[in-house]
Write a protein that binds this ligand. Sequence first.
Ligand SMILES: Cc1cc2nc3c(=O)[nH]c(=O)nc-3n(C[C@H](O)[C@H](O)[C@H](O)COP(=O)(O)OP(=O)(O)OC[C@H]3O[C@@H](n4cnc5c(N)ncnc54)[C@H](O)[C@@H]3O)c2cc1C
Ligand code: SF4
Length: 463
Amino acid sequence: MPLKRVDKTPMPERDAVLRSHDFIEVNEGYNIAHARFEAERCLRCQDPVCIDGCPVKIPIPDFVHLIAAGDLAGAAKILRSANPLPAICGRVCPQESQCEEQCSLGTRFVPVAIGYLERFVADWEMGQAPGEEPEQPTRTEKVAIIGSGPAGLVCAGELARLGHPVTIFEGLHAPGGVLRYGIPEFRLPKEVLDWEIDQLKHLGVEIVCNVIIGKTISLDDLFDEMGYSAVFVGTGAGLPQFMGIPGENLNGVYSANEFLTRVNLMHADDFPNADTPVMVGKRIAVIGAGNTAMDTVRTALRVGAEKGMIVYRRSDKEMTARVEEHHHAVEEGVEFHWLTNPVEVLGDEDGWVTGLKCISMELGEPDESGRARPVPIEGSEFVIPVDNVVLSIGNRPNPLLLQTTKGLKSNKWGCLVVEDESAQTSLRHVFAGGDAVTGAATVILAAGAGKSAAAAIHEDLCG
Ligand SMILES: Cc1cc2nc3c(=O)[nH]c(=O)nc-3n(C[C@H](O)[C@H](O)[C@H](O)COP(=O)(O)OP(=O)(O)OC[C@H]3O[C@@H](n4cnc5c(N)ncnc54)[C@H](O)[C@@H]3O)c2cc1C
Ligand code: SF4
Protein backbone atom coordinates (compact mmCIF):
# COMPACT_ATOMS: atom_id res chain seq x y z
CA MET A 1 0.00 0.00 0.00
CA PRO A 2 1.47 3.46 -0.87
CA LEU A 3 2.38 5.54 2.18
CA LYS A 4 0.24 8.57 2.90
CA ARG A 5 1.74 11.78 4.30
CA VAL A 6 -0.80 11.92 7.13
CA ASP A 7 0.19 8.50 8.48
CA LYS A 8 3.31 7.59 10.43
CA THR A 9 5.71 5.56 8.28
CA PRO A 10 5.29 2.06 9.77
CA MET A 11 8.27 0.44 11.49
CA PRO A 12 9.20 -2.79 9.67
CA GLU A 13 8.90 -5.60 12.20
CA ARG A 14 9.41 -9.36 12.26
CA ASP A 15 6.52 -11.80 11.96
CA ALA A 16 4.89 -12.29 15.38
CA VAL A 17 4.77 -16.10 15.24
CA LEU A 18 8.39 -16.47 14.21
CA ARG A 19 9.79 -13.87 16.58
CA SER A 20 7.97 -15.13 19.68
CA HIS A 21 10.33 -18.14 19.67
CA ASP A 22 13.62 -16.27 19.43
CA PHE A 23 15.45 -13.26 20.84
CA ILE A 24 16.21 -11.44 17.58
CA GLU A 25 15.10 -7.80 17.65
CA VAL A 26 11.43 -7.33 16.77
CA ASN A 27 11.72 -3.89 15.14
CA GLU A 28 13.93 -3.96 12.07
CA GLY A 29 14.50 -0.20 11.78
CA TYR A 30 13.83 2.30 9.00
CA ASN A 31 15.92 2.39 5.84
CA ILE A 32 17.01 5.73 4.37
CA ALA A 33 13.90 5.97 2.16
CA HIS A 34 11.53 5.42 5.13
CA ALA A 35 13.52 7.89 7.23
CA ARG A 36 13.54 10.69 4.67
CA PHE A 37 9.85 10.18 3.89
CA GLU A 38 8.99 10.34 7.59
CA ALA A 39 11.31 13.30 8.25
CA GLU A 40 9.58 15.27 5.48
CA ARG A 41 6.32 15.05 7.44
CA CYS A 42 7.76 17.39 10.09
CA LEU A 43 6.29 20.91 9.80
CA ARG A 44 9.36 22.62 11.37
CA CYS A 45 6.97 24.49 13.62
CA GLN A 46 7.87 28.00 14.76
CA ASP A 47 7.07 26.85 18.27
CA PRO A 48 8.39 23.25 18.28
CA VAL A 49 6.33 21.90 21.15
CA CYS A 50 7.80 18.43 20.64
CA ILE A 51 10.95 19.71 22.42
CA ASP A 52 8.86 20.52 25.53
CA GLY A 53 7.96 16.83 25.74
CA CYS A 54 11.58 15.65 25.61
CA PRO A 55 13.21 15.25 29.05
CA VAL A 56 16.64 16.19 27.62
CA LYS A 57 15.38 18.83 25.16
CA ILE A 58 16.74 17.38 21.91
CA PRO A 59 16.44 20.04 19.16
CA ILE A 60 14.02 17.71 17.35
CA PRO A 61 13.08 19.74 14.24
CA ASP A 62 16.78 20.44 13.56
CA PHE A 63 17.88 16.81 13.48
CA VAL A 64 14.72 15.72 11.67
CA HIS A 65 15.28 18.41 9.02
CA LEU A 66 18.85 17.20 8.44
CA ILE A 67 17.55 13.65 7.88
CA ALA A 68 15.15 15.00 5.25
CA ALA A 69 18.10 16.82 3.66
CA GLY A 70 20.18 13.62 3.69
CA ASP A 71 22.81 15.03 6.11
CA LEU A 72 22.98 12.09 8.53
CA ALA A 73 26.30 13.09 10.06
CA GLY A 74 24.85 16.50 10.91
CA ALA A 75 21.70 14.91 12.35
CA ALA A 76 23.77 12.51 14.47
CA LYS A 77 25.86 15.36 15.85
CA ILE A 78 22.82 17.37 16.94
CA LEU A 79 21.15 14.31 18.43
CA ARG A 80 24.15 13.17 20.43
CA SER A 81 24.85 16.68 21.75
CA ALA A 82 21.57 16.48 23.68
CA ASN A 83 21.15 12.74 24.25
CA PRO A 84 24.25 10.64 24.98
CA LEU A 85 22.37 7.33 24.40
CA PRO A 86 20.32 7.88 21.22
CA ALA A 87 20.39 4.30 19.86
CA ILE A 88 19.10 3.06 23.21
CA CYS A 89 16.51 5.79 23.76
CA GLY A 90 15.33 5.52 20.14
CA ARG A 91 14.38 1.94 21.04
CA VAL A 92 13.05 2.17 24.58
CA CYS A 93 11.79 5.71 25.33
CA PRO A 94 8.02 6.06 25.80
CA GLN A 95 7.84 8.64 22.98
CA GLU A 96 4.05 8.43 22.83
CA SER A 97 3.86 10.13 26.23
CA GLN A 98 6.81 12.48 25.63
CA CYS A 99 7.86 14.27 22.39
CA GLU A 100 5.34 12.57 20.10
CA GLU A 101 2.45 13.31 22.46
CA GLN A 102 3.24 17.03 22.07
CA CYS A 103 3.88 17.04 18.29
CA SER A 104 1.55 19.56 16.56
CA LEU A 105 0.89 17.17 13.70
CA GLY A 106 -0.83 14.90 16.20
CA THR A 107 -3.73 17.31 16.72
CA ARG A 108 -5.11 16.46 13.23
CA PHE A 109 -3.07 13.55 11.99
CA VAL A 110 -0.47 11.17 13.45
CA PRO A 111 2.64 12.66 15.17
CA VAL A 112 6.02 12.49 13.46
CA ALA A 113 7.76 9.18 14.38
CA ILE A 114 10.47 11.00 16.32
CA GLY A 115 11.63 7.86 18.17
CA TYR A 116 12.00 5.80 14.99
CA LEU A 117 13.99 8.66 13.42
CA GLU A 118 16.23 8.94 16.48
CA ARG A 119 16.97 5.22 16.27
CA PHE A 120 17.62 5.46 12.52
CA VAL A 121 20.24 8.21 12.90
CA ALA A 122 21.91 6.53 15.89
CA ASP A 123 22.11 3.18 14.07
CA TRP A 124 23.62 4.92 11.06
CA GLU A 125 26.21 6.50 13.39
CA MET A 126 27.09 3.08 14.84
CA GLY A 127 27.96 1.90 11.35
CA GLN A 128 30.55 4.68 10.89
CA ALA A 129 34.18 4.72 12.01
CA PRO A 130 34.65 5.66 15.71
CA GLY A 131 34.09 9.39 16.04
CA GLU A 132 35.68 10.88 19.11
CA GLU A 133 39.44 10.68 19.50
CA PRO A 134 40.56 9.33 22.89
CA GLU A 135 41.91 12.07 25.09
CA GLN A 136 44.45 11.88 27.90
CA PRO A 137 42.95 13.08 31.19
CA THR A 138 43.77 16.73 31.70
CA ARG A 139 42.63 16.85 35.33
CA THR A 140 44.07 15.11 38.33
CA GLU A 141 40.80 14.78 40.33
CA LYS A 142 39.64 11.17 39.94
CA VAL A 143 35.93 10.38 40.03
CA ALA A 144 34.36 7.04 41.04
CA ILE A 145 30.98 6.05 39.62
CA ILE A 146 28.95 3.40 41.48
CA GLY A 147 26.70 1.47 39.09
CA SER A 148 26.87 1.12 35.31
CA GLY A 149 23.25 1.73 34.31
CA PRO A 150 22.38 4.65 32.02
CA ALA A 151 22.90 7.20 34.84
CA GLY A 152 26.41 5.94 35.62
CA LEU A 153 27.45 5.41 31.99
CA VAL A 154 26.40 8.90 30.92
CA CYS A 155 27.94 10.56 33.98
CA ALA A 156 31.22 8.71 33.30
CA GLY A 157 31.30 9.72 29.62
CA GLU A 158 30.63 13.38 30.36
CA LEU A 159 33.32 13.52 33.09
CA ALA A 160 35.87 11.81 30.83
CA ARG A 161 35.15 14.40 28.13
CA LEU A 162 35.76 17.10 30.78
CA GLY A 163 39.22 15.60 31.37
CA HIS A 164 38.72 13.58 34.57
CA PRO A 165 40.10 10.09 35.14
CA VAL A 166 36.92 8.04 35.74
CA THR A 167 36.33 4.52 37.12
CA ILE A 168 32.95 2.79 37.12
CA PHE A 169 32.43 0.14 39.83
CA GLU A 170 29.72 -2.38 38.96
CA GLY A 171 28.44 -5.10 41.29
CA LEU A 172 27.43 -7.53 38.53
CA HIS A 173 29.83 -9.28 36.17
CA ALA A 174 28.89 -7.15 33.13
CA PRO A 175 28.14 -3.43 32.77
CA GLY A 176 24.88 -1.83 31.62
CA GLY A 177 22.49 -2.07 34.59
CA VAL A 178 18.88 -2.69 33.55
CA LEU A 179 19.91 -2.19 29.92
CA ARG A 180 21.78 -5.49 30.21
CA TYR A 181 20.02 -7.58 32.86
CA GLY A 182 16.45 -6.24 32.49
CA ILE A 183 15.49 -5.16 28.97
CA PRO A 184 15.60 -8.23 26.70
CA GLU A 185 17.61 -8.63 23.51
CA PHE A 186 14.46 -8.63 21.32
CA ARG A 187 13.89 -4.99 22.34
CA LEU A 188 17.44 -3.79 22.89
CA PRO A 189 20.20 -5.88 21.26
CA LYS A 190 23.25 -6.17 23.50
CA GLU A 191 25.46 -5.10 20.60
CA VAL A 192 23.89 -1.63 20.80
CA LEU A 193 24.72 -1.41 24.51
CA ASP A 194 28.21 -2.85 23.92
CA TRP A 195 28.83 -0.21 21.26
CA GLU A 196 27.98 2.58 23.74
CA ILE A 197 30.21 1.00 26.39
CA ASP A 198 33.07 0.68 23.89
CA GLN A 199 32.78 4.42 23.20
CA LEU A 200 33.29 5.09 26.91
CA LYS A 201 36.30 2.79 27.08
CA HIS A 202 37.67 4.55 24.00
CA LEU A 203 37.34 7.82 25.96
CA GLY A 204 39.46 6.27 28.72
CA VAL A 205 36.74 5.29 31.22
CA GLU A 206 37.79 2.29 33.29
CA ILE A 207 35.07 -0.24 34.17
CA VAL A 208 35.62 -2.59 37.11
CA CYS A 209 32.96 -5.31 37.48
CA ASN A 210 32.22 -7.68 40.38
CA VAL A 211 32.77 -4.93 42.97
CA ILE A 212 29.87 -4.12 45.27
CA ILE A 213 30.40 -0.81 47.00
CA GLY A 214 29.20 -1.26 50.58
CA LYS A 215 30.33 -4.90 50.60
CA THR A 216 33.59 -5.46 48.65
CA ILE A 217 34.79 -1.99 49.61
CA SER A 218 33.00 0.89 51.32
CA LEU A 219 32.07 4.26 49.89
CA ASP A 220 34.41 5.89 52.40
CA ASP A 221 37.29 3.69 51.15
CA LEU A 222 36.86 5.23 47.70
CA PHE A 223 37.94 8.57 49.18
CA ASP A 224 40.26 7.52 52.00
CA GLU A 225 42.10 4.52 50.56
CA MET A 226 41.73 4.94 46.81
CA GLY A 227 42.11 8.67 46.42
CA TYR A 228 38.92 9.54 44.55
CA SER A 229 37.91 13.19 44.84
CA ALA A 230 34.20 12.69 44.12
CA VAL A 231 31.68 9.86 43.81
CA PHE A 232 28.53 9.53 41.73
CA VAL A 233 25.95 7.02 43.00
CA GLY A 234 23.92 5.52 40.14
CA THR A 235 22.88 2.30 41.84
CA GLY A 236 19.34 2.19 40.42
CA ALA A 237 16.26 0.63 41.99
CA GLY A 238 16.89 -3.10 41.78
CA LEU A 239 15.12 -4.34 44.90
CA PRO A 240 11.89 -6.12 43.88
CA GLN A 241 8.66 -5.61 45.81
CA PHE A 242 6.39 -8.51 46.82
CA MET A 243 2.64 -8.55 47.45
CA GLY A 244 2.74 -10.30 50.81
CA ILE A 245 0.05 -12.81 49.77
CA PRO A 246 0.06 -16.48 50.87
CA GLY A 247 2.05 -18.83 48.64
CA GLU A 248 4.67 -16.31 47.44
CA ASN A 249 7.42 -18.66 48.69
CA LEU A 250 6.32 -21.65 46.60
CA ASN A 251 8.66 -23.17 44.00
CA GLY A 252 7.98 -21.58 40.63
CA VAL A 253 7.41 -18.03 41.94
CA TYR A 254 9.93 -15.44 40.74
CA SER A 255 10.38 -11.71 40.94
CA ALA A 256 10.58 -10.19 37.45
CA ASN A 257 14.13 -9.03 38.24
CA GLU A 258 15.30 -12.55 39.04
CA PHE A 259 13.51 -14.07 36.05
CA LEU A 260 14.90 -11.53 33.56
CA THR A 261 18.40 -11.58 35.08
CA ARG A 262 18.55 -15.37 34.75
CA VAL A 263 17.75 -15.12 31.04
CA ASN A 264 19.35 -11.82 29.96
CA LEU A 265 22.51 -11.81 32.05
CA MET A 266 23.05 -15.50 32.89
CA HIS A 267 21.77 -16.83 29.50
CA ALA A 268 19.36 -19.35 31.05
CA ASP A 269 17.75 -19.72 27.60
CA ASP A 270 20.97 -21.55 26.62
CA PHE A 271 20.97 -23.94 29.63
CA PRO A 272 22.75 -26.43 30.01
CA ASN A 273 25.43 -24.71 27.90
CA ALA A 274 25.09 -21.85 30.39
CA ASP A 275 25.28 -22.63 34.13
CA THR A 276 22.01 -21.00 35.22
CA PRO A 277 18.61 -22.56 34.47
CA VAL A 278 15.17 -20.99 34.56
CA MET A 279 12.27 -23.32 35.40
CA VAL A 280 9.33 -22.47 33.16
CA GLY A 281 6.20 -24.64 32.94
CA LYS A 282 3.45 -24.50 30.34
CA ARG A 283 1.44 -21.64 31.86
CA ILE A 284 2.94 -18.54 33.39
CA ALA A 285 1.17 -15.57 34.97
CA VAL A 286 2.98 -12.25 35.34
CA ILE A 287 1.48 -9.85 37.88
CA GLY A 288 1.68 -6.19 36.80
CA ALA A 289 1.35 -4.25 33.55
CA GLY A 290 4.45 -2.09 33.18
CA ASN A 291 7.37 -2.50 30.75
CA THR A 292 8.99 -5.00 33.10
CA ALA A 293 5.85 -7.18 33.14
CA MET A 294 5.58 -7.12 29.32
CA ASP A 295 9.30 -7.95 28.97
CA THR A 296 8.87 -10.84 31.39
CA VAL A 297 5.83 -12.42 29.77
CA ARG A 298 7.32 -12.08 26.27
CA THR A 299 10.59 -13.59 27.50
CA ALA A 300 8.67 -16.47 29.09
CA LEU A 301 7.16 -17.35 25.69
CA ARG A 302 10.65 -17.37 24.21
CA VAL A 303 12.00 -19.76 26.84
CA GLY A 304 9.23 -22.31 26.37
CA ALA A 305 5.98 -21.27 28.07
CA GLU A 306 2.96 -22.20 25.97
CA LYS A 307 0.68 -19.66 27.55
CA GLY A 308 1.78 -16.27 28.92
CA MET A 309 -0.66 -14.18 30.92
CA ILE A 310 -0.66 -10.66 32.34
CA VAL A 311 -2.71 -10.27 35.52
CA TYR A 312 -3.42 -6.66 36.46
CA ARG A 313 -5.74 -5.19 39.06
CA ARG A 314 -6.64 -2.13 36.98
CA SER A 315 -7.76 -1.89 33.32
CA ASP A 316 -5.69 -1.50 30.12
CA LYS A 317 -6.18 2.29 30.35
CA GLU A 318 -4.12 2.48 33.54
CA MET A 319 -1.27 0.16 32.49
CA THR A 320 2.13 1.86 32.46
CA ALA A 321 3.81 -0.20 29.70
CA ARG A 322 4.79 1.54 26.46
CA VAL A 323 2.07 1.29 23.82
CA GLU A 324 4.43 -0.57 21.47
CA GLU A 325 5.33 -3.18 24.12
CA HIS A 326 1.66 -3.91 24.79
CA HIS A 327 0.93 -4.06 21.05
CA HIS A 328 3.79 -6.51 20.47
CA ALA A 329 2.69 -8.65 23.42
CA VAL A 330 -0.85 -8.85 21.99
CA GLU A 331 0.55 -9.85 18.58
CA GLU A 332 2.66 -12.56 20.23
CA GLY A 333 -0.43 -14.14 21.81
CA VAL A 334 -0.14 -12.93 25.42
CA GLU A 335 -3.45 -13.23 27.32
CA PHE A 336 -4.56 -10.25 29.42
CA HIS A 337 -6.56 -10.54 32.64
CA TRP A 338 -7.52 -6.95 33.38
CA LEU A 339 -9.28 -5.93 36.63
CA THR A 340 -7.96 -9.07 38.29
CA ASN A 341 -6.12 -9.04 41.62
CA PRO A 342 -4.19 -12.10 42.89
CA VAL A 343 -4.98 -13.02 46.49
CA GLU A 344 -3.08 -16.32 46.87
CA VAL A 345 -0.58 -18.51 45.03
CA LEU A 346 -1.74 -22.13 45.23
CA GLY A 347 0.63 -25.12 45.33
CA ASP A 348 0.77 -28.92 45.52
CA GLU A 349 2.04 -31.07 48.39
CA ASP A 350 5.62 -30.85 47.03
CA GLY A 351 5.55 -27.07 47.19
CA TRP A 352 5.21 -26.35 43.44
CA VAL A 353 2.85 -23.72 42.06
CA THR A 354 -0.44 -25.03 40.62
CA GLY A 355 -2.64 -21.96 40.40
CA LEU A 356 -3.24 -18.30 41.11
CA LYS A 357 -6.34 -17.45 43.13
CA CYS A 358 -7.67 -14.04 42.07
CA ILE A 359 -10.56 -11.70 42.74
CA SER A 360 -12.29 -9.54 40.12
CA MET A 361 -12.03 -5.80 40.57
CA GLU A 362 -13.97 -2.72 39.49
CA LEU A 363 -12.69 0.83 39.20
CA GLY A 364 -13.64 3.42 41.77
CA GLU A 365 -12.65 7.04 42.41
CA PRO A 366 -9.07 8.16 41.56
CA ASP A 367 -6.45 7.46 44.24
CA GLU A 368 -3.40 9.56 45.21
CA SER A 369 -1.66 8.53 41.93
CA GLY A 370 -4.57 10.09 39.99
CA ARG A 371 -5.55 6.70 38.56
CA ALA A 372 -8.91 5.03 39.21
CA ARG A 373 -8.74 2.99 42.41
CA PRO A 374 -9.36 -0.74 41.91
CA VAL A 375 -12.00 -2.10 44.31
CA PRO A 376 -12.59 -5.86 44.87
CA ILE A 377 -15.97 -7.31 43.88
CA GLU A 378 -17.11 -9.40 46.83
CA GLY A 379 -17.51 -13.14 46.21
CA SER A 380 -15.89 -13.01 42.74
CA GLU A 381 -12.83 -15.20 43.54
CA PHE A 382 -11.67 -17.64 40.87
CA VAL A 383 -8.53 -19.68 40.12
CA ILE A 384 -6.27 -19.43 37.05
CA PRO A 385 -4.32 -22.71 36.62
CA VAL A 386 -0.61 -21.81 36.28
CA ASP A 387 2.82 -23.42 36.72
CA ASN A 388 4.72 -20.19 37.37
CA VAL A 389 3.97 -16.80 38.85
CA VAL A 390 6.22 -13.77 38.33
CA LEU A 391 5.77 -10.64 40.41
CA SER A 392 6.35 -7.40 38.55
CA ILE A 393 4.78 -4.83 40.83
CA GLY A 394 7.68 -2.42 41.22
CA ASN A 395 11.20 -1.99 42.58
CA ARG A 396 12.89 0.14 45.19
CA PRO A 397 16.53 1.17 45.65
CA ASN A 398 18.72 -1.40 47.38
CA PRO A 399 19.44 -0.16 50.96
CA LEU A 400 23.05 -1.52 51.07
CA LEU A 401 24.84 1.81 50.57
CA LEU A 402 22.59 3.56 53.09
CA GLN A 403 23.26 0.85 55.65
CA THR A 404 27.03 1.04 55.19
CA THR A 405 27.62 4.78 54.72
CA LYS A 406 27.30 7.12 57.68
CA GLY A 407 25.43 10.34 56.98
CA LEU A 408 23.93 9.35 53.61
CA LYS A 409 20.26 10.40 53.74
CA SER A 410 17.21 8.90 52.04
CA ASN A 411 13.47 9.58 51.94
CA LYS A 412 10.74 7.24 53.21
CA TRP A 413 10.91 5.14 50.02
CA GLY A 414 14.65 4.55 50.44
CA CYS A 415 15.57 6.94 47.58
CA LEU A 416 18.67 9.08 48.09
CA VAL A 417 17.95 12.71 48.88
CA VAL A 418 19.84 15.16 46.63
CA GLU A 419 19.88 18.92 46.15
CA ASP A 420 17.79 19.75 43.06
CA GLU A 421 20.37 21.92 41.35
CA SER A 422 23.63 20.12 42.11
CA ALA A 423 22.53 16.49 42.59
CA GLN A 424 24.73 16.46 45.70
CA THR A 425 23.64 14.05 48.44
CA SER A 426 23.79 14.77 52.16
CA LEU A 427 27.53 14.00 51.93
CA ARG A 428 30.12 16.42 50.55
CA HIS A 429 31.54 15.34 47.14
CA VAL A 430 28.98 12.51 46.88
CA PHE A 431 26.43 12.98 44.08
CA ALA A 432 23.59 10.77 42.90
CA GLY A 433 21.08 10.38 40.07
CA GLY A 434 18.82 7.99 38.18
CA ASP A 435 16.48 5.47 39.79
CA ALA A 436 18.47 5.56 43.06
CA VAL A 437 17.09 9.09 43.51
CA THR A 438 13.75 9.05 41.67
CA GLY A 439 12.73 5.43 42.28
CA ALA A 440 12.01 3.25 39.22
CA ALA A 441 11.66 5.67 36.27
CA THR A 442 12.99 5.77 32.70
CA VAL A 443 16.26 5.43 30.80
CA ILE A 444 16.20 8.99 29.50
CA LEU A 445 15.59 10.46 32.97
CA ALA A 446 18.50 8.43 34.36
CA ALA A 447 20.74 9.48 31.44
CA GLY A 448 19.72 13.14 31.88
CA ALA A 449 20.48 12.93 35.62
CA GLY A 450 23.91 11.44 34.89
CA LYS A 451 24.66 14.26 32.48
CA SER A 452 23.70 17.10 34.80
CA ALA A 453 25.46 15.46 37.77
CA ALA A 454 28.68 15.31 35.72
CA ALA A 455 28.52 19.08 35.20
CA ALA A 456 27.91 19.58 38.93
CA ILE A 457 30.82 17.30 39.89
CA HIS A 458 33.16 19.11 37.52
CA GLU A 459 32.05 22.43 39.00
CA ASP A 460 32.51 21.07 42.53
CA LEU A 461 36.03 19.83 41.81
CA CYS A 462 37.29 22.56 39.51
CA GLY A 463 35.24 25.61 40.48
C1 LIG B 1 12.69 -4.97 32.72
C2 LIG B 1 12.72 -3.49 32.64
C3 LIG B 1 12.28 -2.87 31.48
C4 LIG B 1 12.34 -1.49 31.36
N1 LIG B 1 11.95 -0.91 30.20
C5 LIG B 1 12.08 0.43 30.04
C6 LIG B 1 11.74 1.06 28.80
O1 LIG B 1 11.27 0.42 27.88
N2 LIG B 1 11.94 2.39 28.69
C7 LIG B 1 12.47 3.14 29.70
O2 LIG B 1 12.69 4.34 29.52
N3 LIG B 1 12.78 2.58 30.91
C8 LIG B 1 12.60 1.25 31.09
N4 LIG B 1 12.91 0.67 32.30
C9 LIG B 1 13.44 1.54 33.38
C10 LIG B 1 14.91 1.88 33.14
O3 LIG B 1 15.61 0.77 32.67
C11 LIG B 1 15.53 2.44 34.42
O4 LIG B 1 14.79 3.59 34.79
C12 LIG B 1 17.00 2.81 34.21
O5 LIG B 1 17.77 1.70 33.79
C13 LIG B 1 17.59 3.38 35.50
O6 LIG B 1 18.96 3.62 35.29
P1 LIG B 1 20.00 3.74 36.49
O7 LIG B 1 21.32 4.00 35.86
O8 LIG B 1 19.49 4.69 37.50
O9 LIG B 1 20.00 2.31 37.22
P2 LIG B 1 20.15 0.80 36.70
O10 LIG B 1 19.92 0.67 35.26
O11 LIG B 1 19.31 0.02 37.62
O12 LIG B 1 21.69 0.48 37.00
C14 LIG B 1 22.19 0.45 38.32
C15 LIG B 1 23.44 -0.41 38.34
O13 LIG B 1 24.08 -0.25 39.61
C16 LIG B 1 24.59 -1.50 40.04
N5 LIG B 1 24.71 -1.44 41.49
C17 LIG B 1 23.71 -1.33 42.40
N6 LIG B 1 24.22 -1.25 43.64
C18 LIG B 1 25.57 -1.32 43.52
C19 LIG B 1 26.65 -1.29 44.45
N7 LIG B 1 26.42 -1.15 45.76
N8 LIG B 1 27.92 -1.39 43.98
C20 LIG B 1 28.16 -1.51 42.64
N9 LIG B 1 27.17 -1.55 41.72
C21 LIG B 1 25.89 -1.44 42.15
C22 LIG B 1 23.52 -2.48 39.58
O14 LIG B 1 24.05 -3.80 39.49
C23 LIG B 1 23.17 -1.91 38.21
O15 LIG B 1 24.01 -2.44 37.20
C24 LIG B 1 12.83 -0.70 32.45
C25 LIG B 1 13.21 -1.33 33.65
C26 LIG B 1 13.15 -2.70 33.75
C27 LIG B 1 13.58 -3.36 35.03
S1 SF4 C 1 6.00 19.49 16.85
FE1 SF4 C 1 6.05 17.77 15.34
S2 SF4 C 1 5.81 18.79 13.38
FE2 SF4 C 1 6.37 20.41 14.81
S3 SF4 C 1 8.64 20.56 14.74
FE3 SF4 C 1 8.16 19.06 16.36
S4 SF4 C 1 8.21 17.06 15.29
FE4 SF4 C 1 8.04 18.62 13.68
